[in-house]
Write a protein of this length. Structure first.
Length: 187
């Protein structure tokens, strides 16, 4: 297992989002990848208050190289890395990985570093000037998942996901969300 991730053995192969990407995504995946609002809110519209967060990883570590690049961080700069599972009614729905640089946490008045089991989307979408700067898409093969994750979840098929750079008061954070099969059933 990597020391900076509970989810992955190695980093997913992310592809920049461009107009042709949308045409190659299954329709139910498009609906989630291009969701402009909070995924947590969307899940709550389907499952109600049964949507919960399980924290899998929450540590100050060095992000993956592509994450460092997307956030314009200096190499070897620690960020708060948070990986969670969103679930409802014992159904795993979304795996998420968030990279929070120190400056972003400071500009958000530390609200982002003390989320506990509160969903990130609940917090960041409440910021008046939240910006979506860029997005990547990936189809993650089942060989990339870490053994500890595989002991908790059975993932037998490729999983689609998105990776988005947001900015709060012009300070970036990166959120990767991977849509498990039960999430794709929630239209």
């Amino acid at each position: 297992m990597l020391t900076n991730s509970f989810l992955f053995n190695n980093e997913p192969d992310w592809r920049a989002n461009h107009p042709q990407v949308r045409h190659h995504l299954p329709k139910n995946v498009q609906s989630w990848v291009y969701e402009a609002h909070s995924l947590t809110q969307r899940l709550r519209c389907f499952y109600g208050d049964t949507v919960k967060v399980k924290i899998l990883f929450h540590q100050w570590k060095t992000p993956f190289l592509s994450e460092i690049h997307h956030l314009h961080l200096r190499n070897q700069r620690y960020s708060l890395i948070r990986e969670v599972l969103l679930y409802a009614e014992d159904k795993p729905l979304i795996l998420a990985r968030t990279i929070l640089p120190k400056k972003t946490i400071q500009s958000a008045k530390r609200n982002l570093s003390h989320l506990g089991t509160r969903p990130l989307g609940e917090v960041i979408f409440s910021y008046q000037h939240l910006e979506r700067l860029e997005m990547d898409v990936s189809c993650v093969k089942n060989t990339i998942w870490s053994k500890p994750l595989q002991q908790q979840l059975t993932i037998e098929q490729p999983i689609w996901g998105r990776r988005t750079v947001y900015a709060i008061q012009q300070q970036p954070l990166l959120v990767s969300e991977l849509f498990l099969p039960d999430a794709l059933k929630c239209l």
